[in-house]
Design a protein around this ligand. Structure first.
Ligand SMILES: NC(=O)c1ccc[n+]([C@@H]2O[C@H](COP(=O)([O-])OP(=O)(O)OC[C@H]3O[C@@H](n4cnc5c(N)ncnc54)[C@H](O)[C@@H]3O)[C@@H](O)[C@H]2O)c1
Length: 263
């Protein structure tokens, strides 16, 4: 692997499953100290055990990314454990029920937007504060540097007739706030990008296929490459975007989708 995160520490939200788990493992394999953040304690512990087995370094923090106090504590715990924050992969998210726009409920809208959009903003708010504060070599010079990647989706760039409205809205919002943050903090040396996965075989998608088996063939066919992606393929992009190899990449929404949005 080309990326070297030796001596670096960072956060992966949604690290207890799917894409987040694959990314946490890949960051650790590249030498990073990883804080696995999730609401799922068992999933987080399982990811940590996998990293331990590889001889990597990880710790778990339970946090609901839609709650500001929990997010603030997540960053504080990272600093208490590893002393700094070099990178973050803000990836926690839910699909929510797949119902038509006219049947979508206010509660579901608030839940999906709360986790998938507000959660990304809250994470960036407290991570960027920390990155600005720590500065070069811990000096409080307000020019800390750092790299953040947010998980959007192909549904942050396009939509489909059946994609739930709040999910599409949240992921378009993630692309938007990624650009805002990238522009706002570029001069401080902080890069912010988004990754836009196509359909990836994770528990999130397995659940969609279980509830709507009739949709599977059409969804696979929408990917010109002829298959769904793997969590590792998204993890590779996220780790690269956080690495020094991507030092001139800022404010982008990178598709990793087998060609889905190229149609
Ligand atoms: N799987 C796909 O096809 C796909 C495609 C595009 C985008 N995404 C996005 O990728 C991200 C990861 O999805 P995945 O497919 O790995 O799903 P997943 O369900 O396997 O993992 C998501 C993880 O996020 C955690 N989580 C949920 N709500 C949380 C909260 N409030 N606070 C903290 N953690 C929380 C879950 O417990 C779970 O461990 C999501 O943002 C999702 O929208 C997934």
């Amino acid at each position: 692997m080309a990326e070297d995160f030796t001596g670096k520490a960072g956060i992966v939200t949604g690290g207890g499953s799917g894409i987040g788990r694959a990314a946490a493992i890949r960051f650790a394999e590249a030498g990073a100290k990883v804080v696995i953040v999730d609401v799922d304690e068992d999933g987080s512990n399982a990811t940590k055990a996998m990293i331990d087995q590889l001889g990597g370094e990880a710790t778990c923090v339970l946090a609901d990314v839609s709650q500001e106090a929990a997010v603030e504590n997540m960053v504080a715990q990272t600093i208490a454990t590893y002393g700094k924050l070099d990178f973050a992969f803000n990836n926690a998210g839910i699909a929510g029920d797949i119902v038509p726009l006219i049947d979508y409920t206010e509660d579901l809208w608030d839940r999906v937007i709360g986790i998938n959009l507000k959660g990304v903003w809250l994470c960036m708010k407290h991570q960027i504060r920390q990155m600005l504060d720590q500065g070069e070599n811990g000096a409080k010079d307000g020019n800390g540097g750092g790299a953040i990647v947010n998980t959007a989706s192909i549904m942050g760039l396009v939509s489909s007739a059946t994609n739930p409205v709040a999910y599409t809205a949240a992921k378009h919002g993630v692309v938007g706030i990624t650009k805002s943050a990238a522009l706002g903090y570029a001069e401080a040396g902080i890069r912010v990008n988004a990754v836009c996965p196509g359909y990836i075989m994770t528990p999130l998608v397995a659940d969609i296929f279980e509830r709507h088996p009739e949709r599977k063939a059409a969804i696979v066919a929408d990917h010109p490459i002829g298959r769904l992606g793997t969590p590792e393929e998204i993890a590779a992009a996220a780790v690269w975007l956080c690495s020094d190899a991507a030092s001139f990449v800022n404010g982008t929404a990178m598709t990793v989708d087998g060609g889905y949005v190229a149609h």
